[in-house]
Design a protein around this ligand. Sequence first.
Ligand SMILES: Cc1ncc(COP(=O)(O)O)c(C=O)c1O
Length: 479
Amino acid sequence: MKLYNKSVNCDNINKNLLNIRYAVRGPILERASQIERELQKGIEKPFDSVVRANIGDCHALGQKPITFIRQVVALAACPQLMTCPDIPADAKERAAEILADCTRGSVGAYSPSAGLSLVRGRVAEYLTARDGVPASPDDVLLGSGASDLIKSVLSMFVHEKDGKPSAVMIPIPQYPLFSGTLSELGLQQADYYLDEENQWALQPRELQRSWTVASETAHVRALVVINPGNPTGQVLDRQNIEEVIRFAYEHSLFLIADEVYQENIVSKPFYSFKKVMFEMGAPYSQMELASFATCSKGWAAECGLRAAFVELVGLRPEALAALRASRAVMQCPTVLGQCVLDCVMSPPAPGSASYEQFNIERSAIHRTLCERTSAAYQVFNTIPGYSCNPIDGSMFAYPRFDVPARAQRAALDSGVSPDEFYCMQLLEQTGVCVVPGTGFGQLPGTFHFRTTILHPADEFQHMLHSIAKFHQQFLEQYS
Ligand SMILES: Cc1ncc(COP(=O)(O)O)c(C=O)c1O
């Protein structure tokens, strides 16, 4: 019998896939899962449980869902519940409205590939109200998460000219969806560093440096901005956004504004890139922009239901058509996710049957964010050798810490970076699972980790205390 040779191996697999790194679910998390299994088997540890602080998944940290959203989703999935007397009339009306836009009234049917027209209309209304600039449902594409849409938009830049690939500028530190997707698509990554000394500001001279370096080997086509920042938590001020827009204009760059944390704001005002571009007027208002929002973040935080949108501004019709065609190949985003997006774009209004409960739930979520950001900022700035910028938005802290020279040498000997070494030790000794700065990028010689901050209050305090205690012991061991 002929021997079957498996066709994919390390030599012939798409090399781009081998280059993908996504630290948020990297080796530290693998070890954390292993430790959880060891604890279940009764293996002794200096702690009782693992604290997962590696991912921005609020429901996984105990946040309760918004009742109105789940009622609408339940009704849309199971219309028999329409007769249930406990569900308020406005949730029933909303579900009925969505079902009327679904083929044969079922969320089990594919929707148009760009998404249900009702929901895209609702997104356009939300954007018009947010920016004071008219938005069109025709410029909105819905997706199964922002990751899905970001990958589609980045795929537009896969193109070689004169033997040079395209490059996309991304911030460092960045959310590794960007570095991972650029690797997968074979696009060149052009790093620009955020200025940690100035609250993670985005400096035009650093943009220029990055562009100049990248232009030697590639055609720089697009500029990614993450605002509010992940992992850094800064919210850009309006003047800084204007500077970025001017820079992109000067270099004919396509702007990719990852604005997924726009509803996770603590104090500073949020300005969308679209609003600022339009208020700057021509020629800036004619630039190309893709701006993303998602139901995985904000007060809904429905990561598992996968729903997001991108607004595409100023694209040539042929570019928009090509993007639409590539989305059509994937059929459509999940329709239950589109129900969630509809509720987020148009939540219960004052006076409606669901408003009171919705308002209580949403306010509690916002209060928690404000408390945790300020507690994390305070504690990280009191640990000797630690510093942390104010956290204006998103749901993370990205503190910087010193690693003694001896520990750096020990890390080198074990073949990992000092921050990876530190985070692994932190996990082994306290059960706290954070993501080393290497996974997001950091200025050489500086060390960070990213932690989510939305755990229940007692777990959060315990986590901060464990980190502070561990750091003290680590310094004693390696100084
Ligand atoms: C900055 C940023 N962009 C995009 C995403 C993708 O979110 P999703 O695909 O869940 O919508 C995330 C998720 O954590 C993120 O932090």
